[in-house]
Design a protein around this ligand. Structure first.
Ligand code: PLP
Length: 376
C-alpha cells in the first residue's frame, strides 16, 4: 500500500533563499531609502542577469506578462502574429492587449513547440511577427524560424518564461530573435517573487522599452510615448540577487530530481516524458509526462484525480488550449482541424511536482502511485 503524503505536494514549491541573506540586502535598501525607480539593487540585478542569461541588453519588469506586452508594443507591430495555442494564457493575451490577432499554428507532437514547417503557410499580408514559446524548456526550432522571418521580413519574439539559461549548441537562448521574455514569477526556476525580463539585441530597443515601462517618461519635461508602469522595485531586485547567488545549487538539485523521475518512469508503457533533457543546457523548469490512455490503461484526468487523493497536486499544463478561450475560439486558425496535435496534447499532458525540495523518497512515492494507476 502506498500511503498518501501527510502534507500536500504541489506542482512546484518556490525556492526560498536563506532569510538572513535577504535581510542583509533589505538593510542596504533601508539605509539608502530608495525603494523603486531604477535604484541600485535594480541596476545590480540587471547587470547580474545580463551575464547569467548572456543577454546583449536586458530590461527588468514587475512581471513577465508586462514585459511581453511592452516588448510587443516597442516593436510597433500590426495585424497578425503567428503563435502557438499550447502555452500559458499570458502569451496570446499579450497580443490582444496590443490589438494584435493571434494566428495559431499546430505543435510538434514530441517537443510540443509550434512546428516551423507550418509557419510559412500561415503568413498573410497582415502578418507582422512570429511569437514562439519554448514550452517547458523545449526549444523552438529557432534557426528555421530565423530563416522564415528573414525571408518574409517579420519580427521574432520568444516567450522564454520556461527557458531561463537554456542553450542551443552552446549559444544562449536569449540571443535568438528580436527579443526574449523571461518570467521571474515565484514558480519559475529563477524568481524575484513576481518579476520579468526582456532580453533585446540593440541598445536602441532597450531604451525604447525602458521609456515604455516608465509611463513613457524621457525626462521631467518630456513624455514621449504612451507608456505604462512596468517597473521592478528594489525589494524584488534584492530577492532576485540572493536567489541568483543560489541558482547553481537549485539547478543541480532539480537535475537530480529529474534523474530520479526518469529512472522510475522511463519505459512505462503508455507514458512518455516530455522534458527528459538532463543536460546543463536545459532550464529544468518543469517535469512533464504524457499519458496515452489506450496504452497506459488510465486517462490523464484519472491520474490527475487519483494523485489528489494521495495529496499530490499535479497540474494539467497546458489545459485548456488557448485557441478554445472565448476571446480566440472564433478565429479561423482556432479550428480544431487546424490543431490536431495541440488538441491531443492538452488531454494527455501532466506536470508532476518538481522542485529542488523533493527528496528521492518523495519521487519514489509519486512514481509508485502513478504506476499503480495503470490497468493493463
Ligand atoms: C509564467 C509564464 C508567463 C508569465 O509570467 P508572469 O511573470 O507570471 O507574468 C508567460 N508565459 C509563460 C509560458 C509562462 O509560463
Amino acid at each position: 500500500m502506498i500511503k498518501p503524503f501527510a502534507k500536500p505536494v504541489y506542482v512546484t514549491q518556490p525556492y526560498l533563499p536563506p532569510l538572513d541573506e535577504v535581510v542583509a540586502e533589505l538593510q542596504k535598501i533601508w539605509d539608502a531609502g530608495w525603494l523603486t525607480n531604477n535604484g541600485p539593487k535594480h541596476q545590480e540585478l540587471e547587470r547580474v542577469l545580463s551575464r547569467v542569461l548572456e543577454a546583449e541588453h536586458l530590461s527588468l519588469f514587475n512581471n513577465g506578462m508586462t514585459a511581453l506586452m511592452i516588448g510587443l508594443r516597442a516593436l510597433e507591430l500590426k495585424g497578425e502574429v503567428i503563435t502557438t495555442p499550447f502555452t500559458f494564457a499570458a502569451t496570446p493575451n499579450a497580443l490582444v492587449w496590443n490589438n494584435l490577432e493571434p494566428v495559431f499554428v499546430d505543435v510538434d507532437p514530441v517537443n510540443l513547440t509550434f512546428r516551423s514547417d507550418k509557419i510559412a503557410a500561415a503568413i498573410t499580408p497582415r502578418t507582422s511577427a512570429i511569437l514562439g514559446v519554448h514550452v517547458f524548456g523545449n526549444l523552438c526550432d529557432v534557426k528555421s524560424i530565423s530563416a522564415i522571418a528573414q525571408k518574409h521580413n517579420l519580427h521574432v519574439i520568444y516567450d522564454a518564461a520556461h527557458a531561463f539559461q537554456s542553450k542551443l549548441d552552446g549559444r544562449a537562448i536569449a540571443s535568438f530573435g528580436d527579443m526574449s521574455m523571461f518570467s521571474f514569477h515565484a514558480t519559475k526556476l529563477f524568481h524575484t517573487i513576481e518579476g520579468g525580463g526582456l532580453a533585446v539585441n540593440t541598445a536602441d530597443l532597450k531604451q525604447r522599452i525602458d521609456y515604455l515601462k516608465n509611463f513613457g517618461i524621457k525626462s521631467e519635461a518630456e513624455i514621449i510615448a504612451p507608456g505604462i508602469n512596468g517597473k521592478m522595485n528594489e525589494v524584488q531586485a534584492a530577492v532576485g540577487l540572493v536567489v541568483a547567488r543560489h541558482l547553481p545549487e537549485e539547478r543541480e538539485r532539480r537535475q537530480q530530481v529529474k534523474r530520479w523521475y526518469l529512472e522510475r518512469l522511463s519505459g512505462v508503457a503508455g507514458l512518455t516524458v516530455v522534458t527528459a533533457d538532463v543536460s546543463d543546457d536545459n532550464s529544468h523548469q518543469y517535469f512533464v509526462i504524457r499519458i496515452n490512455a489506450d496504452q497506459f490503461g488510465a486517462t490523464r484526468d484519472d491520474v490527475y484525480e487519483k494523485l489528489k487523493t494521495f495529496q499530490v497536486f499535479a497540474r494539467k499544463y497546458f489545459f485548456p488550449l488557448c485557441s478554445t478561450f472565448p476571446q480566440f475560439s472564433d478565429l479561423p486558425s482556432s479550428r480544431r482541424r487546424n490543431l490536431p496535435e495541440s488538441s491531443a496534447a492538452v488531454t494527455e499532458v501532466l506536470s508532476l511536482p518538481y522542485s529542488g525540495y523533493l527528496t528521492e523518497e518523495d519521487v519514489d512515492r509519486i512514481c509508485a502511485m502513478i504506476i499503480s494507476f495503470r490497468r493493463t
